[in-house]
Design a protein around this ligand. Structure first.
Ligand code: SAM
Length: 432
């Protein structure tokens, strides 16, 4: 076994009791790996080109083998059919129990695994607002939003307290997947072992409490707040929840009942360790007392819809069309005022006016379904790789913007001209 800090192991003995020896043995094995299916793009797990085994932590979560290499380079990954995610990390969204039509905030969202799950559960309804305070991580989040084809969403990079006070009582559900000491990452990321110290654990707990207190503002009365970490320590988990409840009498614990994972001293919380077949997660669910308040009105008018979109779609995507400079966005209806909230994307970038001509975007096609697009070029295993490398390929479609699909999932687009497809797959995403 690789070396873990003795102080950490002493804490684990307290948490695991008589199971501790099993934990030590378990840590000699390889880390668990998993994928979460994206329901915005696929309906059937059998479409995947590798073996999977159902995991207990999420309805669309699966284990994949440690030997499965290059999963992130498969065409279906490019297509946004699934998100590679550590299995126990999927548990927090299960506790959140997202229902269609809800407005959900993911406050610490990058790189976006849990946001992808939330969007999948929303199934193209409601709203997912994903925030990431670290700017360059927020860009990775945006890129994953586009890959997963999320259209009813907002990506922002804002301080939690600023965001949540401005959006007071706006969300049905809020997830705080807090930065933590990463004790559940030890097998996956040996750096986490080096960075571990008791002082770090205690300073993480202070930061987590502060983020959770900010998050509380954004929850509507009667709404729910899920707190999660990928660490085991009492201070960062049960301790944070207890301290939060002492200071926030308007919140109460939700009894999560019989669930996966390991019981904790709190009826509202669950802990998953490698003994439960996950690398490590803690999740707790709280409810804000009281009745819900009325919704905020939307404040911007719709811009004109360019005729080029009517040439691409049978029915142009729904939403409010908003022009910002040369860029046109399709913004979900009913958004609050987003000024001052570090919003880097609201809805979908539909495209850009270049010399008065409208050029559609990659994200627009990624969020579309084949049945709504007039020209679709379905590619086989060979051709899709060429497309993902940025090469020009044959097209039997009529001239015009053409969705490229693989196994029925839109994976990008190009422009057909005289039976050739000019490739529009973004350079930064291309296969090497
Ligand atoms: N939920 C993400 C997912 O499923 O992909 C993982 C989130 S990660 C555990 C925690 C995130 O919190 C990191 O992206 C980190 O940059 C961010 N973070 C760091 N300090 C923060 C702070 N003071 N307030 C809010 N978020 C912070």
């Amino acid at each position: 076994m690789f070396e873990m800090p003795s102080e950490f192991l002493e804490e684990m003995k307290k948490i695991l009791g008589e199971d501790y020896d099993l934990y030590e043995k378990c840590m000699e094995k390889e880390a668990f790996r998993g994928i979460a299916l994206n329901r915005l793009k696929v309906k059937d797990v059998n479409i995947l080109p590798f073996d999977v085994e159902k995991c207990p932590f999420y309805k669309d979560g699966y284990y994949i083998s440690c030997d499965e290499k290059g999963v992130g380079n498969t065409p279906l990954h490019h297509a946004g059919a699934f998100y590679v995610q550590e299995p126990s990390a999927m548990s927090a969204v299960s506790l959140l129990d997202v229902q269609e039509g809800e407005k959900v905030l993911d406050l610490c969202a990058a790189p976006g695994g849990k946001s992808a799950q939330i969007a999948s559960c929303l199934n193209g309804t409601g709203l997912i607002w994903s925030n990431e305070v670290v700017k360059n991580r927020a860009q990775i989040l945006l890129s994953n939003f586009e890959r997963m084809g999320i259209s009813k969403g907002v990506v922002s990079s804002c301080y939690p307290d600023v965001l949540c006070r401005k959006l007071e009582g706006y969300f049905d559900k809020v997830l705080v997947d807090a930065p933590c000491s990463g004790e559940g990452m030890f097998r996956k990321n040996p750096e986490a072992v080096k960075e571990w110290s008791r002082e770090h654990v205690l300073s993480c707990a202070e930061r987590q409490l502060s983020i959770l207190k900010s998050a509380a503002h954004a929850v509507k009365n009667g709404g729910e707040l899920v707190y999660s970490t990928c660490t085991f320590s009492y201070e960062e988990n049960e301790g944070v929840i207890r301290r939060f409840l002492e200071e926030n009498a308007d919140f109460e614990m939700c009894d999560i009942g019989e669930h996966f994972g390991r019981k904790t001293e709190l009826p509202c919380a669950v802990r998953i360790t490698p003994l439960e077949k996950g690398e490590g997660h803690f999740a707790a669910k709280l409810r804000k007392k009281g009745e819900s308040v009325s919704e905020r009105p939307c404040i911007e008018k719709s811009a004109d819809i360019p005729k080029e979109l009517e040439d691409i779609f049978y029915e142009v995507p729904k939403g409010r069309y908003v022009l910002n400079g040369d860029k046109l966005y399709i913004v979900p209806n009913g958004l609050p005022d987003i000024k001052g909230l570090g919003v880097i994307r609201a809805g979908v970038l539909a495209g850009e006016f270049v010399k008065k001509r409208f050029e559609p975007s990659h994200a627009l096609f990624m969020s579309a379904k084949t049945e709504n697009v007039k020209r679709v070029l379905e590619l086989d295993d060979e051709n899709i790789k060429e497309f993902l490398k940025g090469m020009e390929i044959d097209s039997d479609c009529e001239n015009g913007y053409t969705a490229v699909s693989y196994k029925g999932i839109i994976t990008g687009y190009g422009k057909t001209s005289n039976r050739r497809l000019k490739n529009k797959y973004p350079k930064g995403l291309r296969l090497k």
